[in-house]
Design a protein around this ligand. Sequence first.
Ligand SMILES: [Zn+2]
Length: 126
Amino acid sequence: MNQLTNDECRELAERLGICWHTVEKKRNHEHLPPDVIYYCELCETHLPERELMKHTNPNFLDPVVVLREMRKREDWPEFVEQIGDTIFRDGELATLIDVDYIDDTGLLAKAALDLLRNLTKGEDDG
Ligand SMILES: [Zn+2]
C-alpha cells in the first residue's frame, strides 16, 4: 500500500480550504513585534517563534484528522457512502466506517481526495 505523499496531503488541505502553510523565516520589520520572524505568504500570517510549533500543517495520515475536517462539509453524507454506511440503530442514525480506512498510510485521506477531485472535475476540465 502506497503511503499518502506530501503532495497529496497538501492537495487535500487546499481542496478543503485549509492553508498549507509555507512558513518562511523573514527579516524583521519595524511594524512587527520584535519576536515575529516567521511568515506564511499564503494566509499572510505572521508568527512569533514560540508559535511556530503550533502552526503546523494537518497530518492527514491520521484518519481522525481527515474525519474531523470532512464532517464539517455539506458533502459528508456522500463521503460516508464512499467509506462506510449510515444505519438506524436504537432509534438513532449511526455512521459506520470501514475499519480498513483506520490505518496509518493515509487511505482515508486518499478517499477524501477522490471525492473532492470528482466534485471539481467539471470545474477543472472547463
Ligand atoms: Zn498559512
